[in-house]
Design a protein around this ligand. Sequence first.
Ligand SMILES: *[C@@H]1O[C@H](CO)[C@@H](O)[C@H](O)[C@H]1NC(C)=O
Ligand SMILES: *[C@@H]1O[C@H](CO)[C@@H](O)[C@H](O)[C@H]1NC(C)=O
Length: 274
Amino acid sequence: MALLLLFTISLLLPPASCSSFSNTNYYCDWCPRHSTASLLPPAAAMAMAKEEEINGGPHVAAAGAEFFRDGAGCGACYQLRCADRRVCGGDGVKVVVAAGAANRTAGFQLPREAFAAMARSGMADQLAALGDNVEVQFRRVPCEYKKKNLTVRVEEGSRNPGQLGIRFLYQGGQTDIAAVEIAAQANHTPPSWRPMARLRRRLWRTTRAPTGPLRLRLVVTAGFSGKWLRAHDAVLPADWRPGQEYDTGLRVTDVALRTCSCRSRVTGGSEELR
Ligand SMILES: *[C@@H]1O[C@H](CO)[C@@H](O)[C@H](O)[C@H]1NC(C)=O
Ligand SMILES: *[C@@H]1O[C@H](CO)[C@@H](O)[C@H](O)[C@H]1NC(C)=O
């Protein structure tokens, strides 16, 4: 398995500055920061696509520790464009972080199509020829899943009741999922919420799932602000099964109020999102 989480500590990068960025073609909102992009090895790309790719969603990418953030960065969307404007053009490519990059790779690792999407038309080969660690500008952007509610997929290996692993799909906005709790649907007593643990990537797990139907609530954060979201009805039916997807009825669209300051150097305390 090439895509292993090899880091337990997120690296903190120095705060980004826009003031040193001289190309006036970029509007302030871009506030591009700099990283690198490499090609994801084909086998790893295939494994990840199989597990993570969502039709009509952004391309999937593996990310180094500073973006993967020990799993918390999973589901975050970034727009990347390679800095070499001779071969790259347009808006670049939007990716969603789906895994941690193996082997202490920093920056982003992209499947071939996503990598090629940064190139000007007809220039994909020239871009590929630049090799690994191509310099890119990036910004975090809201994930957009048109007409899709936040959905959970029950992982293979789950056993009803007891062992429950879930993965979130269609996590919109500029959000991180910071906590997940489940409770049996109870009509007359207050629900008894039990935390799930983040296992890896987008996977949350408990070995103590009560008998369903199960309700779900979660904390989503966008920048520094967080809030509880609670599905009104049970999300998982009593007979939930591995491999099935269940609509939470929730839409997550929060964006950070401010993703960077372009007027002055950011000196901490900002809501800048990684
Ligand atoms: C790390 O990279 C080296 C050399 O490229 C390779 O031999 C090794 O298998 C890689 N390890 C992992 C865990 O991917
Ligand atoms: C999303 O959830 C709402 C309930 O909150 C539901 O009415 C709607 O049909 C759902 N949308 C989709 C696309 O499933």
